[in-house]
Design a binder for this molecule. Structure first.
Ligand code: BTN
Length: 306
């Protein structure tokens, strides 16, 4: 109902009467008033007069009702320890495919290899629960598709020169704009769920804690709507998953990568490898040429461009 009330208010520049809202939405005027009051408490600047209501401003918080038809599959929390944990709980309870868990901030945001992901107010932190009907061996392609989709969307929508760094970071001018973490559970050879967690520096200032990081706000010189950004990403990602296969994902991803033909240092839980990144194979592994001319494939790790 909050979404429907906001839609009515947004479609008018003037005051909308309580009577009109009540008949348009099929609820009592008292109920209209209660919803308006709740929206005001949540940060919506709604002028309330004897003649009706006028929306003067929105808080820009990614509340579920801001996502139209997706409302029922979006869960927003002002604060979570990590969206990965909440999403895993929901996935294990068989929540619908394409459920999204968003946090305004995270107190224990996780990065790859157990690193911390600082998650201050203003950034976009979410985990998308997917249950694709694919074999486990194809699951890595979903991760590459997510980072590829985000990079493309940032280029097309915001005109930003977004690149991908193996495995799934988004860089702009070599500074990290977004990181991705995925968690998977399967049964026999099929995927039960893949949870894709993304942290995007939108209106937060990550540079204070991490000099090699950058935000969209810093790049564009203005605040960016997290609602618009996430809506577009979800639409594009879902459209791609539904309509096109995963076969070409790696070759498409390679068009946007800045990792290949560069000296790299790859850190995994077991070891550190240095060499020249020469390819990403069909399984998403990074192929590194070592000093002695031999090659080594690395499935997962943290990659540092030298
Ligand atoms: C990395 O680059 O190391 C991956 C960072 C992933 C961060 C996101 S924020 C949303 C989701 N919840 C988490 O705790 N982590 C991921």
């Amino acid at each position: 109902m909050k979404g429907a009330i906001l839609k009515q208010l947004r479609s008018s520049k003037d005051i909308v009467s309580g009577e009109y809202l009540s008949s348009a939405l099929g609820i009592s005027r008292v109920s209209v008033w209660k919803h308006i009051h709740k929206l005001q408490e949540l940060g919506y600047n709604i002028l309330s007069t004897a003649n009706g209501y006028q929306l003067l401003g929105s808080p820009g918080i990614p509340f579920p009702w801001e996502f139209g038809d997706r409302e029922d599959s979006i869960h927003y929390f002002a604060e979570l320890s990590s969206t990965m944990d909440t999403a895993k709980d929901l996935a294990r309870k068989n929540c619908p495919d394409f459920t999204v868990v968003i946090a305004g901030r995270q107190t224990a945001g996780r990065g790859r290899l157990n690193r911390q992901w600082l998650s201050e107010e203003g950034g976009l932190y979410f985990t998308l629960v997917l249950s694709p009907d694919i074999p486990l061996s194809a699951s890595f392609r979903i991760n590459f598709l997510a980072s590829l989709t985000l990079a493309r969307m940032l280029r097309e929508t915001y005109g930003i020169a977004a690149d991908v760094k193996w495995p799934n970071d988004i860089l702009v001018a070599d500074r990290k704009l977004s990181g991705m973490l995925s968690e998977l559970e399967g049964e026999a050879d099929r995927v039960s769920f893949i949870n894709i967690g993304m942290g995007i520096n939108v209106n937060n200032d990550p540079a204070g804690a991490e000099t090699a990081a950058i935000s969209l706000k810093k790049i564009l010189g203005r605040e960016v709507s997290r609602i618009e950004l996430l809506s577009r990403f979800l639409d594009e990602f879902e459209g791609r998953l539904q309509n096109l296969g995963l076969e070409t994902v790696i070759s498409e991803w390679k068009q946007y990568t800045v990792t290949l033909q560069r000296p790299v240092r790859i850190v995994t839980r077991q070891e550190v490898t240095e060499g020249l990144a020469i390819d990403v194979d069909d399984n998403g592994a990074l192929v590194v040429e070592l000093a002695d001319g031999s090659t080594k494939k690395i499935i997962y790790g943290d990659c540092f461009h030298q």
